[in-house]
Write a protein of this length. Sequence first.
Lengths: 172, 450, 338
Amino acid sequence: MCAMPTNENEWPGEEDVEPLSRRKLFTGLRKALLAATGALAAGEAAQMMAHSSQPEPPESATAGKPEDYAAPSLTFVRDVRAYLVRDALGFYALDAVCSHLGCLVRAVGDGQNSPLLGFECPCHNSHYDAQGERISGPAPRGLRYLAVELDSTGNLIIHRDRETHPDDRLIA
Amino acid sequence: MRRVALAGLWPLLATAGLLLVVVGAWLRERTAPWRRYQDDPQVRAVVPSLTGQRELCLTCHWSIEEISPSHPVEVVGCVACHGGVGIALDEDLAHTGLIRNPGDLSVAAQTCGGSACHSGAPADHRDHLPRVERSIQATYAGAIAYVLRAFGVQPDSVARFGIYAVQSYEGPPDNGGRPVVEALAAFQPAPDAPPLVQQFAGNCLTCHLSAEAIQAPYFYRATGCSACHVLYDNDGLYKGGDPTLPRDEPGHMRRHELTTAIPYTQCNHCHNRGNYELPTMTFVPRADIPAPDYLNAIERRVHEYYQPIGQFTLCEWELDCVDCHTRREVMGDGYLYSSQRDARYTECRTCHGTLDAPPLSYTITDPDDLALRLAFLNPNLELQVGDTILMTDLGEPLPHVVWRGDRLELTMKATGQRYDVPLVLGSGCQQRPDQQESHYCHVCHAYERE
Amino acid sequence: MGDSRASFFEHLHPATIPARSAAFTYTFGLGGISVLLVLVLLVTGVLLMFFYEPSLARAYSSVAAITYEAPYGWFVRNLHYWAGQWLVVTATLHMARVVFTGGYKRRRLNWLIGLGLLVLVILLDFTGLVLRWDADVSWALLVGTNLLREVPLLGETLYRLAVGGETVGAATPVRFYGWHIAGLTIALLFLGVWHIWRVRRDGGISHAARTPRLSRRALVRTEGLATLVVLTMLGVVSLLWDAPLAPPADLNTPAAHESAAPWFFLGVQEALRFASPLLAGVIAPLLVLGVLAALPYALDRSAEGEGHWFNAAGRRAQIVFAAALLLVIALTVRGALR
């Protein structure tokens, strides 16, 4: 019903007198304008759809006082999706997001009652060692080391947005 | 023939029209009114932790100064105090229900008030609002009572009326036996009251916390809590960072900031601005301000501070009003008084002591001591547990007057400037202990304004 | 294009149609414009659905987010709003055209379908209005829904169907949302397609018996032009005048000003001043609908005059319809002038 007329046909008997070039010009111009309108409108609609006002997930989270953690121990910190590990040297944090397709990896052993043997991904069976190095499976890389700091009130803070060296430890 | 020649023209024009609409939408999107306030326009949202409700106010007011360190925008936001529709970016809708001055006493209960905020328990010193509502600056009871007595409407100057009806409440601490009244009725002169009382009601109820300021230099101020705690310059111009506020339109606060460091200029927006002429019951503004140019800074100060023909000691014009007049005096102590004389807490001896004794003092031992809270609120004061500070007869702390060894040091609340307070004890002062009102001191320590 | 193969869309029309039917000054394109507006409403409605959240906490704030935060959200919302308002007008005018040209003759079923469409359009506008959840929808929410309770026997059930509980509350926004985007919309599409199909079945747009015929392309051209013009007008209005948005609704606080019905219910609101809710809010509107429904059955059963403006055979039907329309318009204007 409301489709654009796709054929530029004539009123009955018009074809003999219509100046062809002007009609073609009008038609061509109209189609160009219509295409521009459509493209612009589609772009505007796409911009609207791309909008999001949902809050970004937190880039960092506090994880309590250092003395809350036994040495050695392993704790999953939900807010930043990371494992906070305390070993003989100090604290470090491993990103729990698998480097393959983003599932959360599971720890094998808890580091306290049973030795931490490494991490495994439940989705595609990637394996990492206790230091987060890749052992096997489709994962292209090891797990990321996330920065751990103490804030002014003495709480541990894990930063998702800052990567550190595997040898770094927070001495508490 | 003509119709045939134009056969394709109308669709072409209609298509062009539609294209213009789409381009128009793009233009309107790019020129939304809020964009003009930012160099890099973006929607700036805050979710204050107190309310958890998203607010977009800072999209336009993005560089406004934070109201105070105790009310950070991430915690309190804007809407909790100023109302309005915080998620709208349309000027009219966003400002529907806007509270321009949250400190006004008509709205303070819902803005400043609340049991965890400024209408809490007297024991926690959180009863600011109920105190202010009963203070003589808010009720204007003293002036009303005085006028009613002067014109024979009432036999004495005990207050019976206030700007609004108000009753005493349970809980204010001991006031040392100062005379109080139980309740005030709203002042509304009877039809048969003397004409001058009628005129007083019509012309002169302009000098209390709920009265709008006279819109003229030196008079600009806010109402309610903000009358004192939001500073206005004498020119009434805004000098802060909010891009939406005009810089050349008088009648605005100096900056969007609350403070307890209140200079004398703020008090002078009401006090010492002129006189009520009793024969006609009209307000006559002072003609001698601004001070003449040939005066130096301190002379200017005393000139603009006080009206002519008054005697003042050095501290009465070197310091600011708030350096002597305590919070219980100025904001009220919870009781209804008939005059400022009854509500007075501070005398010369409060700081200077008497011939027999140094001023009253105590040593702070409790980390929650009120004095520490007061000092925390003032950027010019440093105070810690173990410091010995002065207090009034009723134990109200003066956190800015501290013993430093054998020196008594006063820090001006508004400027941070420090003075050693001279003591009467051991001096050549000839005062009598029962003569503590200032005019006794003025006999020797007077400076008269020209 | 010399190629004369018809596109998919051209198959919506017969190969040739009577010239009179294609003349803009006969139908004023009101049916086609209504269909166009429905398409605009569907497209913009889908865009709005990506952002609207039907809950007490989020209904208003998501409308504000659409209006102020999503790029072009204001424009999409304005288009949706104005298309919805216009649809009530074009559908009513379309009905008037059908009455005054005898278009209902020999097409009684389609007349009833059309009447059903008009009711659905009004209900869609009403439910869409409530979704805004601002201070101005309080009439619609309280008066409009409480009128349902006045319906004898069924009242409480109807109320619960609309509101989702004993009172307006947490279940209500999603109720109105469900009705608006699905319940009523699906019914509208179903009846709408049936309506158009019946037009084809009944021999195209109603017309006098013998007129010259012309190619469907002429009709398509007219429709294309009308489409462009209407879209442009709708766009200009949406650029210049914003869909209303008041402060958020607070159902527990009395409205500061007298709350008004949406304009298409102003007539009912006005009638409620004069008579009991049952009479003015339920019986009277149903009576008007009943009279309209009975028009081709009781007022004009003839077949003569089809396709002729103000044909003599349908005089009685035309007068009754005009009287009903004028009554509604008069009540609406009176309500609007208050």
